[in-house]
Write a protein that binds this ligand. Structure first.
Ligand SMILES: CC(C)(COP(=O)(O)OP(=O)(O)OC[C@H]1O[C@@H](n2cnc3c(N)ncnc32)[C@H](O)[C@@H]1OP(=O)(O)O)[C@@H](O)C(=O)NCCC(=O)NCCS
Length: 181
């Protein structure tokens, strides 16, 4: 039974409630967000942009569901065709619903979609080294670690633009790759 479906702009309200309510709990795992990001307008715009990218075949924006209730998000990002046939996974689950297997099942949905309908050959995910919950989710879905990226900044503000990062701020991300079968 799938726990995901394609997001719609109507999901913006539920998502805004979740990201506002759980802003502090999700912050350590997320890029730094300004206040604007937590507004309904901003979340609706993000969904609309994702749906345009979906129409162009470069992203699949999903919501994670408990029944009909939206409890998280999962994206297949950067879908690349040709020799690579690849995409990257990103996801979060509301802290009120964590530890109940929702991310594990949502990633299973995404893997089935990616290797089935989308005909991809490769799915990638990156986690912070200490994100054991996310690593657990990936490993349970057949991903295996294949490397640690050197010199990736732990300073999440890097997403706002290129920054020179002092070595003591350098962090690493585990990289995972799907195990066939
Ligand atoms: C990572 C995340 C998506 C997991 O969602 P979830 O629905 O709780 O995941 P699941 O319940 O399917 O599985 C989580 C597993 O990790 C385990 N886990 C949770 N916290 C853990 C910790 N600190 N150390 C070790 N294991 C942990 C859980 O016990 C569970 O395993 P179990 O079922 O064997 O008990 C969720 O914690 C989250 O949204 N975190 C913030 C955003 C994030 O990190 N996104 C991923 C970025 S790579």
């Amino acid at each position: 039974m799938p726990v995901t479906r394609i997001a719609t702009p109507d999901d913006a309200s539920a998502i805004t409630d979740l990201v506002r309510t759980h802003r502090a709990a999700l912050a350590p795992w997320e890029p730094v967000r300004d206040d604007e990001w937590f507004t309904l307008d901003s979340q609706r715009s993000i969904l609309e942009a994702s749906l345009q990218a979906y129409a162009q075949g470069t992203t699949v924006p999903l919501v994670i569901l408990d029944g009909t209730e939206v409890i998280g998000r999962l994206n297949l990002n950067g879908i690349t065709r040709g020799a690579l046939q690849s995409a990257a996974l990103g996801y979060w689950v509301s802290p009120a619903h964590q530890g109940r297997g929702f991310a594990t099942r949502a990633v299973a949905d995404a893997v089935a979609l990616a290797f089935g309908e989308l005909d991809l050959h490769r799915l990638q995910a990156e986690t912070l080294l200490h994100n054991t919950a996310s690593q657990q989710v990936l490993q349970r879905n057949g991903f295996r670690a294949y490397g640690v990226a050197p010199g990736v900044s732990e300073d999440r503000r890097q997403v706002a633009g290129p920054r020179v990062v002092p070595p003591d701020r350098a962090a690493r991300q585990l990289r995972f790759d799907p195990r066939p079968g």
